[in-house]
Design a protein around this ligand. Sequence first.
Ligand code: ADP
Ligand code: MG
Length: 268
Amino acid sequence: MHGPSNMSSGRPRLEFRGVTKRFANPRQGGFVVAVENVSLSIADGEVVSLIGPSGCGKSTLLNMGSGLDPVTSGEVHVDGELVSKPNRHVAFMLQKDLLLPWRTIVENVELGQEIQGVTSAERRRRALDLLAKCRLTDFVDHYPHQLSGGMRQRAALARTLAVDPSVLLMDEPFSALDAQTKMVLQQDLGRTLADTAKTALFITHDLVEAVALSDRILVMSQRPGTIITEIAVDIPDRDNPMRRRQHPKVGGFVVQLMNLLQIEQAAA
Ligand code: ADP
Ligand code: MG
């Protein structure tokens, strides 16, 4: 949609350069360092997950990526452009689907394009195409309350993709779903990201989900959050998380991540 920046320039889709975030902490009169000196770079078409202990600054990092929350120092770039406010090149998907209850599913998916001024025929065509990819063709004229939680989250994914963002940011998109629904959604997301060749950064606390869905996993430390390491997930079939889960390497990655997060020590 925004041509020249789209492919193979070698330029990262999303880049953090030495990003720090401090929040004022009025109670103690000081400040909290939520994120400290984070640099990262995500290439076109890459799917990257971000894991780390609760409160380490993952959401803060993503919020800065979306432009919703300003950085204290450092820079965030999308397609080489400085991010300083919310913009249409970055799409954000949350745990809560945020569908508008008074609009049908297809109308919800069209919303972002409506704001962009896309013609009604074109936005309907795009919305129906994405809803088909998200297996919701039979529900396009339903209202959100008529759908299950998993279906609503699939509709939210279609809506996120409909604006053709350069980067998708997802903050624990599946953590409110039951285990089986979640697996189905992971499959939908994996396939849809591959089909649309989208670039994504998502937060999860589910280590198997991180391994099943991503090319790379960034591991954050306790607050102040910094990226302590990154792991390349060299398992085939990134477009098929269900098959990937069954790969013999998955267990080894999970153990490695548990060790990095010091989960056993935390449990002792
Ligand atoms: P995570 O998503 O990894 O659980 P967050 O990014 O939500 O962590 O929070 C990181 C730290 O920053 C926490 O200590 C949190 O209390 C603090 N924090 C987050 N948002 C704010 C805010 N708006 N004002 C003050 N402190 C905040
Ligand atoms: Mg969070």
